[in-house]
Design a protein around this ligand. Sequence first.
Ligand SMILES: Nc1ncnc2c1ncn2[C@@H]1O[C@H](COP(=O)(O)OP(=O)(O)OP(=O)(O)O)[C@@H](O)[C@H]1O
Length: 247
Amino acid sequence: MTTQTVMLTGLRAVYGSGDRRVTALDGVTTSFAGGTFTAVMGPSGSGKSTLLHCAAGLDRPVEGTVTVDGIQLDRLSEDDLTRLRRDRIGFVFQSFNLISSLTAAQNVELPLRLAGRRPPARDVAAALAAVGLADRAGHRPAELSGGEQQRVAVARALITRPAVVFADEPTGALDSSTSHQVLRLLRELVDEHGQTVVMVTHDPAAAAYADRILLLADGRVADELTGSLTASSVAARIAATTAQPSC
Ligand SMILES: Nc1ncnc2c1ncn2[C@@H]1O[C@H](COP(=O)(O)OP(=O)(O)OP(=O)(O)O)[C@@H](O)[C@H]1O
């Protein structure tokens, strides 16, 4: 039986109030199976980042439930939620979010240090080797290319062996060939290590690395694509879906 690593049920998320009130998610129910790679796509403002932030426990929905690795997030205290985020969830940002004064190895071990653990040097070396950066452990972010910085961020997201890695436009700041290196890496993590990955992207070529594409429109799931995905088939399907009148 496939385990659903992340389950979202009836998620509603709202920002602001009065005439500035925006419904960012309007009843989203979906799940992400263990060992799969899902891309979340949709027009600007359709709720992709909000969905990722709610699923990762960074934002709390006003309605609905999020379950990660069998744990329902709204039942947790703030402290327990912080611990769950640190131990069971990896997050990769578009802007890398590395600490500039720390080396690649120190950035990678940071989540464990923040948890009061001293990671064995071999674990940090293995995490950097897994992203192809064994020889860059002592480099600071400014001494690394954009793609290398993002691969350090992926190693940092993996150091706690999380149940799921959420990536918000991880290739948005990278050129096309560097993007493909990072996407191949995410694909390998799924295929070779059974990692669960959920990635927001605007780029059909990036989404084609996934097993499944969840298409959002106006805060709702508008469509899902599976099967053999190519950049052009994804782009065509998105154009067809977003061209339909919404009801
Ligand atoms: N902090 C906020 N305060 C008020 N409104 C917000 C806030 N964050 C997002 N929104 C609104 O919620 C809606 C969904 O935003 P979200 O960032 O999730 O969309 P998105 O699909 O990720 O967009 P993009 O592709 O442009 O990044 C948008 O209408 C946005 O304007």
